[in-house]
Design a binder for this molecule. Sequence first.
Ligand code: AVJ
Length: 328
Amino acid sequence: DSTLTQTELNKSSKTKTDLFYDDVIAGLKSTPKRLNSKYFYDANGDKLFQELMNSPEYYPTNCELEIFSEKTAEIADSIIGDGDAFDLIELGAGDAMKSTYLLKYLVSKKADFTYLPIDISENVISYLNITLPVTLPGLKITGLNGEYFDMMEKAASISSRRKVVLFLGSNIGNMAVNDAIEFCRELRKHLSSGDMVLIGMDLKKDPKVVLAAYNDKEGITRRFNLNLLERINRELNANFDIDKFEHYPTYDPETGACKSYLISTVDQQVTINGKETISFLKDEYIYMEISQKFTIMQADQIAINTGFAPVGQFFDTRKWFIDAIWVA
Ligand code: AVJ
């Protein structure tokens, strides 16, 4: 068992700022303009997302919390299996509120496992590394800050135990369906036969309910989107005037795609790092995020098409959300 320090884990040739800059420039120079929603999560974005999860309209977190708090034992028992040691990897752990139910139960059952939360937010990982061992004495935890598959490879280099992957919160919905399928194929390649995935997916429902969750009255989602422009100003020395962009969320009940855009309210130019000038026409949009909604059948199909067997399903009482268990 070798141990990697957080510093070693963070090492890479291009800095994070370089990668962020390259991605932002490529996105804003393409037609139509786009930004990647994975960049929402700086310290400010994390705070706004926490606020959003407490808003009356944003239902997915509450649905999944209901599943994890009501069905803790059933979920835990299906991932413990024969009781052999395993690594519990969480992709996009965030505040780990849902997984904490599971972790608490697993620790109380003296299950032999290490918790490996992976998150794009540095802030999130240092928070989890510090707080979880205190709230859950006896928990073995190694937080990994970075991209999902890079960090899964780091995890595999530390240990070759059976793997259980948590991918909660309908984070998979932040990819268009074809990309999600590609992602699951890639995930399967990083796993061995018998490994498991516990995946949370937001389900199609009353379109008004879905749209309201991405258009809350308090305007938290709006600020959450605009924060990415502010982050670009802060970290990449840009001059976005956020008062000249409008949050525009949409939901298409046919495809289940919930998308958000920022729309330029005037003709304007933005300079990034003194090097790049991006022109916006009035009414031109930046495509910011997709939060795909699925049917139960679609969830099973994605599993089957990507090398997994769907073996378990957990729902909240309203059947607004599914946590599915897939076996590799
Ligand atoms: C945590 C990424 C699943 O898409 O519902 C919330 C993020 N974006 N409101 C989602 C989000 C706008 C959220 N995910």
